[in-house]
Design a protein around this ligand. Structure first.
Ligand code: LLP
Length: 379
């Protein structure tokens, strides 16, 4: 049977292998992982991740709802976001989630007012912008002074010294997140050292909660060789350099490293053509299905699986059908001689592909295939 393209295919065995390793490495140091739902909110993935005991990191009221609907425990949910609406804050408080990550002084007062109105006490952690350079793509760097995220150390200080004034907030600790797709462990060392310095300045070691965010990268260049992110070095680096307070629980919010490699995008070649300068393979998936190359110039490995035994000796711009020049998955991609009807696989599409998909040009979003077929096994 020929499967209708384009589609995302998820390797659930690889997902579970990744989750198991992440859990094992985190548990060596007693660390807690919240899955960053924004990376992929596919309900089948969420159910499997929740069933392995992970918490969830959500950035909208809808993400909280979807996390709860798919088996995450409310006590394992944290809620970040630079622009939470009053309705979202109210919903988070009503659901009694683990805590809200507050991103500004003004937001702090809004949370207090809403909690007062609901007559509830809400757990809050302050998201601090540590001004640590993630040395990653500028569009996915979040922890520099010029970024919109979090508050400054002095703003956090102004809240902490007045802690007793806030009757409806329990201030449980600090939150940091400096960016995404970080493979250089020096960056996490710098984060840990900066967190130590900030905790000293704020005297926050006595607070029970410390969240270092996510950001661990994956290997887009060699996804089949390096199928697993380097969880051991990541948690090992943090453990080596971080000096938490006694009894402070350490939390992480991992997205890409948990799901990035388990997903692939399958797409068929509609046409090939050659201009004076380039050869093109026009495929049936567009930037609406995978926007990362268009948005960040991100690299995804592409293979022609219809010509697996053929010499890889031609170059093509692999482009989508959408009316935008940036609707391209790669320029001068090395492939075997490629023809109409060939099936291409775009690797490493488990994170920020399906979750960033749109129906631009009124194109249908790709459907999903799970191997082994978990959905069927469960019904
Ligand atoms: N925590 C917070 C507060 C975040 O903003 C993010 C990601 C994460 C955790 C998870 O980061 P991860 O472990 O997945 O690196 N669309 C971009 C990535 C944007 C990341 C946004 N924040 C991409 O496709 O590369």
């Amino acid at each position: 049977m020929t499967m209708q393209t384009p589609y995302y295919q998820y390797d659930m065995a690889l997902l579970h292998e990744t989750l198991d390793i992440a859990k094992t490495q985190a548990s060596r140091y007693g660390y807690t992982i919240h899955y960053a739902v924004k990376a992929n909110a596919n309900p089948n993935l969420l159910k499997n991740i929740a069933s392995e005991g992970f918490g969830a990191d959500c950035v909208s009221g809808n993400e909280i709802k979807v996390a709860l609907d798919n088996g995450f425990n409310s006590q394992g949910i944290v809620f970040a976001g630079v622009g939470k609406t009053d309705g979202e804050i109210e919903y988070a408080i009503e659901q009694n989630i683990h805590c809200i990550h507050c991103e500004s002084v003004q937001e702090f007062h809004v949370i207090e007012l809403i909690a007062q109105k609901l007559n509830k006490k809400v757990r809050v952690a302050l998201r601090i912008n540590p001004n640590v350079d993630a040395h990653t793509h500028k569009s996915i760097t979040t922890g520099l002074k010029e970024n919109k995220f979090g508050m400054s150390v002095s703003e956090a200080h102004s809240i902490l010294i007045e802690e007793n004034r806030y009757k409806n907030i329990e201030l449980i600790g600090l939150h940091f997140h400096i960016g995404s797709q970080i493979q250089n462990m020096e960056v996490f060392k710098n984060l840990a050292l900066e967190v130590n310095r900030i905790q000293d300045e704020l005297h926050s070691h006595c607070l029970p909660y410390l969240n270092l965010g996510g950001g661990l990268g994956i290997d887009y260049l060699n996804p089949t060789v390096n199928r697993l992110a380097n969880f051991s070095d990541y948690f090992g680096t943090i453990h080596k350099w971080l000096e938490p307070g006694k009894g402070q629980s350490i939390h992480f919010e991992l997205g890409r490293s948990l799901v990035g490699q388990c997903g692939q995008l399958y797409t068929r070649v509609l046409y090939t053509k050659t201009s004076q300068k380039r050869s093109f393979a026009v495929v049936d998936a567009g930037m609406n299905a995978l926007i990362r190359p268009a948005l960040y110039g991100a690299y995804h490995r592409i293979e022609n699986i219809s010509k697996i035994d053929q010499p890889v000796n031609q170059t093509y711009d692999v482009v989508g059908p959408i009316c935008e020049t940036t609707d391209s998955f790669g320029e001068e991609v090395l492939l075997p001689a490629t023809e109409r009807g060939d099936l291409l696989v775009i690797q490493s599409c488990g994170a920020y592909a399906e979750s960033m998909a749109s129906d631009y040009n009124l194109r249908e979003r790709p459907h999903c295939v799970f191997i082994p077929n978990y959905e069927l096994e469960k019904t």
